[in-house]
Design a protein around this ligand. Structure first.
Ligand SMILES: *Cc1c(COP(=O)(O)O)cnc(C)c1O
Length: 365
């Protein structure tokens, strides 16, 4: 068949609920009432659409992204907020072109050199990133005083903040959390910074005493629980992304039938099996196991057999369903955290992985 598909017959669709974004922001503000909110919208706002999310969250204080390309995209749509680049390397010509509301993360000696040799006449704010135990980006605590001293002498540098990132905040009981927070506290007590930032979403939920000046929520803004073993619902978060797809086929299959590639599953009894128009080609995780929840007509059903590129099979059990009904793969009514766990991954990877062919819709509540 040629020609455009009718909208109602799109294979898979993601809905982005902009009202849920605002609601989740209010949860962040309740937990960290004194801190400025730097909304993290890197990776196309975790797959939700960077421009859409930036527009819906214009009441935040600042944004964070990973690249100067993202900064340019946001400026092009008129975003005038401060925007921090969390993980961008830069050289001296690049620095000279940045606008004064762009805030750099300085995590490597090469960046200090670039700032030193910069001929910038409008100085920039920077975050001095400290590795207190994440083992990713940043200077070790012992080196911070000397780096700070150098940054303070540069005409290209205006304010200097200190930022660190917790490696285990999703597990609040992990002793590393307090070790990292204490290491940062020690620096803040002894050195003079213009601003301090420690917490991502999981940190905001469990260590709000360390909110300091700026908090950096990503995941929780998208309505996903950042804390292992705690549901989004318990944290009063509302899912922003819902992935749905239509039923292509509903069949009764006899006991003994094998389902999908590799015949991983053999039906023990006669079963009603739906084929849903969503697969790993849409970003549904191929490693999701049989039993992964799929919600159809408000009822919990389960994935059965291997995920294909364009399709999955679902055991309908006693659920009544017809060709053309919608299945909720994750989102409203089907928590993404559970789907991610069944696929041995994290919700971040699922939302980031929705592919270009999936139709997108914006809804408001
Ligand atoms: C991605 C990121 C965040 C946001 O993390 P969430 O877990 O999504 O809240 C905060 N800080 C840094 C440095 C990051 O890289």
């Amino acid at each position: 068949m040629n020609g455009p598909e009718l909208a109602g017959q799109a294979r898979a669709t993601v809905q982005i609920d902009v009202a849920a974004l605002s609601h989740n922001l209010s949860v962040v503000r309740e937990l960290a009432p004194k801190a400025a909110v730097m909304a993290v919208i890197k990776a196309n706002a975790y797959g939700h659409g960077m421009e859409l999310v930036a527009g819906a969250l214009s009441s935040v204080d600042e944004f964070a992204v990973s690249s100067f390309t993202d900064v340019a995209r946001l400026r092009a749509m008129g975003v005038s907020h401060k925007i921090t680049t969390l993980s961008a390397q830069f050289d001296q010509p690049e620095v000279n072109q940045l606008d004064a509301q762009t805030v750099l993360s300085v995590f490597d000696a090469s960046q200090v050199s670039a700032l030193k040799s910069s001929s910038l006449n409008r100085p920039l704010d920077v975050w001095l990133k400290v590795d207190t135990g994440m083992g990713r980006l940043g200077f070790l605590p012992n080196d911070v005083e000397s780096v700070l001293g150098v940054l303070r002498q540069q005409k290209s540098v205006r304010k200097v903040g200190v930022m660190t990132h917790l490696a285990n905040a999703d597990r609040p009981d992990a002793p590393q959390n307090l070790k990292q927070i204490e290491a940062l506290e020690l620096l803040v007590a002894n050195l003079d910074f213009d601003m301090v930032s420690v917490l991502n979403s999981a940190g905001i939920c469990s260590f709000a005493d360390a909110a300091y000046d700026v908090v950096r929520p990503g995941l929780m803004l998208y309505g996903i629980s950042p804390v292992v073993g705690t549901t989004a619902n318990a944290l009063k978060l509302k899912p922003v992304m819902t992935l749905t797809a239509r039923l292509l086929s509903v069949r009764d299959l006899p006991a003994g039938s094998q389902i999908g590639y590799g015949g991983l599953v053999t039906l023990e009894r006669a079963s009603r099996i739906a084929i849903v128009a969503c697969g790993y080609g849409d970003g549904y995780p191929r490693h999701a196991v049989s039993g992964t929840p799929v919600v159809i007509n408000g009822e919990m059903c389960s994935l059965i057999g291997r995920v294909s590129m364009d399709m999955i099979a679902v055991d309908l059990g006693d659920t009544k369903a017809e060709v053309g009904d919608a299945a909720v793969l994750w989102g409203r009514g089907n928590p993404i955290e559970e789907v991610a766990a069944k696929a041995d991954t994290i919700a971040y990877e699922l939302t980031c992985g929705v592919t270009a062919r999936v139709q997108r819709e914006t809804i408001n509540g």
